[in-house]
Write a protein that binds this ligand. Structure first.
Ligand SMILES: Cc1cc2nc3c(=O)[nH]c(=O)nc-3n(C[C@H](O)[C@H](O)[C@H](O)COP(=O)(O)OP(=O)(O)OC[C@H]3O[C@@H](n4cnc5c(N)ncnc54)[C@H](O)[C@@H]3O)c2cc1C
Length: 360
């Protein structure tokens, strides 16, 4: 079948790759450059998402843990296994036993594809791993493992694999209109191109494209911005930290010789610029300074970036919004919504199944 994929983020690229592997003729249209939007603004974690266990998202966590291992195995130069500390303080929100249950489940859901089991470190051992961490009230930490990736480069690696299988990639090619008969119109020349199926994987912009085309979006999207700051290095270990007084988690991770601090959850519209606000900057620095002895301020920020999560709509609280994905056909047009970086290949396999069931 002749299939068009709209969007050159990780979900569009893995979809194009999977479809080409199954023998379809695939063309991918990206309005800017590949891997320059949400997929390059992630926390760089290939992870199951320990915190989603609290929300009962067992299917998603299980799938993501299997995929984590796959990425690390397939692209060892662009990924690595990262040790992460979850410190527990006397006045912490989550007791040690709760973490123990969560991490045991995390290991269990990884099954034979685990990348290392968690263990308890006492306060002295924790400080040895992370010498700048606040010692007052520290009971110890759980050490566990997740994957870390160079998100942009890993996505470009996927693009190379897709190209080798014949996928034609068109950059700087915005799609301005689609219809339910698998046709699309490009901004550059205005004529309609005909396909057998069109897959709309435009991330945060997927509903905008439908609305622009006079099609009612079948699935609501919650747009939630997340920002990151890059600070001077602090430890070789990652840290998963409870935001004081909130249920949220913030990561402090070693990344390319610096420290990656993030992230935030702020609702926004596509009309607003996608960038880190002063409020987010101050919020992130406040969390960092709560946990580390060497205090950081605005002048320590070496770089910052932001992206918008295209989350399945309908959740009152951004923190609790599902990271699952959904697929909806309207005629020969399939719109894909949601998902995580880690699960992009699994999402793409579902896209392929959907195409098969639709008669392809
Ligand atoms: C702050 C933050 C941190 C995150 N951290 C992690 C993490 O650590 N681990 C993890 O697994 N996941 C993480 N995620 C989730 C993950 O990054 C996203 O789920 C994923 O990148 C979404 O990819 P996508 O391809 O759907 O969207 P995008 O990467 O946004 O790609 C969509 C593409 O479509 C293009 N496009 C839009 N409209 C058109 C059009 N009309 N014509 C042609 N092209 C168009 C855009 O230019 C863009 O390139 C994070 C997300 C955020 C925001």
């Amino acid at each position: 079948m002749k299939i068009a994929v709209i969007g050159g983020g990780i979900n569009g690229l893995t979809s194009a790759w999977q479809l080409a592997q199954a023998g379809h003729q695939v063309q991918l249209f990206e309005r800017d450059e590949l891997m320059k939007a949400t997929s390059a603004a992630s926390s760089k974690l290939l992870h199951g998402g320990l915190r989603y266990l609290e929300q009962g998202e067992f299917r998603l966590v299980h799938e993501a843990l299997q995929e984590r291992r796959w990425w690390i195995k397939k692209a060892p130069k662009l990924t690595r296994r990262l040790p992460i500390l979850y410190p527990i303080y006397r006045d912490g929100r989550r007791p040690r036993w709760q973490l123990k249950i969560g991490l045991s489940l995390y290991d269990l859901l990884s099954g034979r594809r685990g990348i290392g089991r968690h263990r308890w470190l006492n306060a002295v051992q924790t400080i040895r791993c992370s010498p700048d961490i606040q010692a007052e009230g520290l009971l110890g930490s759980y050490l566990f493992f997740d994957g870390q990736m160079q998100d942009q480069q890993l996505g470009l690696w996927v693009a190379e694999q897709a190209k080798k299988l014949g996928v034609q990639i068109h950059e700087h090619c915005p799609v301005v209109e689609v219809d339910t008969e698998a046709r699309l119109r490009l901004g550059s020349d205005g004529s309609w191109l005909h396909f057998d199926r069109v897959i709309n994987v435009a991330g945060p912009w997927s509903n905008l494209l439908l609305e622009q085309s006079g099609i009612v979006p079948p699935q609501g999207i919650d747009l939630v911005r997340g920002s990151h700051l890059l600070l001077p290095p602090v430890s070789r270990y990652g840290h998963m930290l409870e935001v004081p007084g909130e249920g949220r988690i913030v990561f402090v991770l070693p990344y390319q010789g610096q420290t990656l601090l993030g992230t935030t959850e702020v609702r926004q519209t596509l009309a607003e610029p996608i960038r880190c606000s002063e409020k987010e900057r101050n919020y992130l620095l406040k969390v960092y300074n709560h946990y580390f002895i060497s205090q950081r301020n605005i002048s320590d920020i070496q770089r910052e970036f932001a992206g918008v999560r295209p989350l399945l709509g309908g959740s009152a609280e951004a923190t609790r919004a599902s990271r699952e994905y959904a697929m909806n056909w309207q005629g020969q047009l399939l719109t894909v919504t949601g998902g995580k970086w880690t699960t992009a290949r699994a999402l793409a396999k579902h896209v392929l199944e959907q195409v098969k069931f639709s008669g392809g």
